[in-house]
Design a binder for this molecule. Structure first.
Ligand SMILES: [Zn+2]
Length: 355
């Protein structure tokens, strides 16, 4: 009924990119054989801050520094206020709850904690600046879901077939952060990193386009970004659309094949023919098909790239196993009946193709 996904923040040594039939990037679970995106029910999310911070978080130096809570609030507002060509994209509703003393992610307590003071029990892979854990309940609707914490158990009914029930963000206590504008040299810009991690908390996976917020690589200093890219906006709109938002957009669809065979998990990038800018990306499904939904009016070409080099399907969280943890390549179809034999091996040996 549930699985947990853990995402590293910027600068994963080998990291992921996008993934979703709809373009951009949302977590996927398999429900009755169909991939469905995971999101919060009712487009409402509440978060709590553990106000404890170490000396690695600088909120007093540089130009116009702000408190940690203000930077985190701006990160959530960036997603809540996402817009395309001046039109509001999402009806997301985010609120800040009371502060908490919880330091480490607890994926069962249904409390979304943002912590700068994780204990030594939390392991940050080399080069990982922050970690977001996302816990999802999936199955028939409604289902009883039990939130368990030290103060007791609370049971409620899920309303979505793949519903996020808990997400926590932990910042690496061994990295330097700053709330100055721009960030201090050698420091990560707290608001930029928080905005990326909040994207995960809201249900977005990584993006393969370099100028997008959900691109998994970044650096310290002034080079970081606090603003969303087009694909980020479309991703959050897909999960929590403002009324009528998608009536103003189109769909690009097709099928990726190689020598007549379907190609699973081809990285598709939609490029604006006029500007040459990549505006959206996604992955092909196990049958090779893809649909990029929410495309703004314009003329485009689709670039189909192999999943190779810095990227690997294994880095995708909800996509790594072909929509489900019980599918290949996460288990051997010949040895494990749970694989259902639905997912073909990922083909990475073909060349990039323009359509
Ligand atoms: Zn990330």
């Amino acid at each position: 009924m549930r699985y947990a996904t853990q995402f590293g923040g910027f600068i994963l040594a080998i990291s992921a990119m996008s993934g979703s039939l709809e373009g951009y990037t949302s977590f996927q679970n398999q429900v009755k054989g169909t991939a469905v995106p995971s999101r919060w029910a009712g487009a409402t999310v509440a978060w709590r801050l553990n106000p404890a911070k170490g000396p690695n978080v600088d909120t007093t130096s540089g130009h116009d520094p702000i408190p940690v809570a203000a930077a985190i609030t701006k990160a959530f507002q960036t997603w809540q206020q996402a817009a395309l060509n001046g039109v509001a994209a999402t009806q997301l509703s985010v609120t800040r709850g009371p502060d908490t003393a919880v330091t480490d992610s607890d994926m069962n307590d249904c409390t979304n904690v943002i912590s700068f003071a994780p204990s030594d029990a939390v392991s940050f892979p080399t080069g990982t600046v922050a970690i977001t854990t996302v816990s999802t309940a999936y199955g028939p609707v409604p289902s009883a879901y039990a939130c368990r914490s030290r103060t007791g158990t609370r049971v409620y009914q899920t309303t979505l077939p793949s519903q996020i029930v808990d997400a926590d963000i932990m910042f690496n206590p061994h990295e330097q952060f700053s709330t100055s504008t721009p960030a201090l040299p050698g420091h990560f810009d707290l608001q930029s990193i928080a905005t990326h991690e909040v994207g995960h908390l809201l249900g977005l996976d990584h993006d393969g386009i370099a100028h997008m917020m959900m691109y998994p690589f970044g650096d310290t200093g002034a080079s970081q970004q606090r603003e969303l890219g087009t694909d980020d906006v479309l991703g959050i709109a897909f999960l929590y659309p403002a009324p009528g938002f998608f009536a103003r957009t189109g769909t690009v669809s097709g099928k990726v094949t190689s020598a007549g065979s379907a190609v699973f998990a081809s990285h598709l990038v939609l490029v604006d023919k006029t500007t040459g800018v990549a505006v959206m990306d996604g992955l092909s499904a196990p049958d090779g098909s893809y649909r990029l939904v929410g495309v703004p009016p314009g003329r485009y070409k689709v670039l189909a790239l192999p999943l190779a080099g810095a990227y690997s399907l294994q880095d995708f969280g909800g996509w790594a196993c072909g929509f489900a943890q019980d599918a290949a390549p996460c288990c051997d179809p010949n040895a494990d009946t749970q694989c259902h034999g639905k997912v073909s091996p990922v083909l990475t040996s073909y060349n990039a193709t323009f359509y």
